[in-house]
Design a protein around this ligand. Structure first.
Ligand SMILES: [Mn+2]
Length: 317
């Protein structure tokens, strides 16, 4: 019985450290803070830490991340949220913790090394799984925990647009509001558009390549990224949503090159699974929203990825 195993591991641990993936999003940060705050509220004598960079825009509303030394991590129960491969985690010390509990909603490989796996590929966000787990463990919710978990629901569902199980998503949302989540406050922060993003938007639409098969593509060279003052290739690739849902283009993608010539890709579709092709080149993600990094990427490799998506689209016509 998984819940009993988790309860026992938590009871036995004086110190707990929560990790999530590099380039944290609302679901990663929200899951970490949601777990930290419910655990702290329930067990005031335990030390509970969330490590990584979190989302700075939300620090005032939801809370900051913790600095934790190596020794503490070695002696702590380790909770891993919103990713399932050690190399995807932001803090490499994730491998050094004592017992590891995985809480995730991504498509699973058979990655080893976890004491317990709490996985639901149908959950729209890891925050939903965390919320469910906290309820089963009878943990105490606080308004901050509720806001943190609500943030993950909001961002991973594209503001409640995409879910495999809408009933479960909305019932979790309703529960979190009863626990003190304030959607209006979260939207206020999420909706801010930075001034420099205006330049990026105009760049993206001016560089848009349209393939008649139904693919849209934008490429950021490293020069473009520097000139537009984008902080990372991940940030650049995540602008992929800006070219989504355009009539006659069921697949859209962005590729962004870093200083070493590595290229980060993001793929999206509103009609066809994009994950298998990402997987073929060593990437991963969700069925309709996947990502990939090709180290030392040559132009021919970018062309090959594009050719695969065009072939997929031709096969569907
Ligand atoms: Mn997620």
């Amino acid at each position: 019985m998984k819940i009993k195993d988790v309860a026992k591991l938590i009871e036995e641990s004086d110190s707990i450290v929560i990790f999530s993936h590099a380039y944290p999003d609302g679901d990663a940060y929200g899951s970490q803070i949601g777990l930290r705050e419910t655990l702290k509220a329930t067990y005031p004598n335990k030390k509970v830490f969330a490590v990584g960079s979190g989302l700075k825009n939300f620090y005032n509303l939801i809370g900051e991340m913790d600095i934790v030394d190596d020794e503490t991590i070695k002696n702590s129960l380790t909770l891993l949220v919103d990713a399932n491969e050690f190399n995807r985690f932001e803090d490499p010390r994730v491998t050094t913790g004592k017992n590891k509990i995985l809480i995730d909603h991504h498509i699973q490989n058979n990655y080893d090394g976890f004491a317990v796996r709490i996985v639901n590929e149908k959950a729209c966000s890891t925050c939903e799984i965390v919320c469910d787990l906290c309820r089963k463990l009878n943990l105490r919710f606080t308004p901050i925990a509720a806001n943190a978990l609500f943030l993950g629901l909001l961002t991973d569902s594209g503001r409640f647009q995409f879910a495999k199980d809408y009933a479960s998503m909305f019932s979790t949302a309703s529960f979190l509001i009863e626990q003190g989540a304030e959607p209006a406050e979260l939207y206020k922060i999420l909706n801010v558009v930075k001034e420099k993003d205006l330049l990026i938007r105009s760049f993206i639409f001016s560089k848009l390549i349209r393939y008649p098969e139904g693919l849209l593509f934008v490429y950021f060279s490293n020069d473009d990224i520097k000139r537009l003052e984008i902080s990372s290739t991940n940030k650049a690739a995540n602008f992929v949503n800006m070219i989504g849902n355009i009539e006659n283009y069921p697949i859209w993608m962005i590729a962004a090159e870093d200083e070493e010539g590595n290229v980060k890709f993001e793929f999206r579709s509103n009609k066809y699974p994009v994950q298998p092709i990402a997987l073929k080149y060593g990437g991963g993600g969700h069925e309709m929203a996947a990502g990939l990094t090709i180290k030392n990427c040559k132009k021919s490799q970018i062309d090959a990825v594009i050719a695969d998506y065009l072939e997929l689209l031709r096969g569907k016509k």
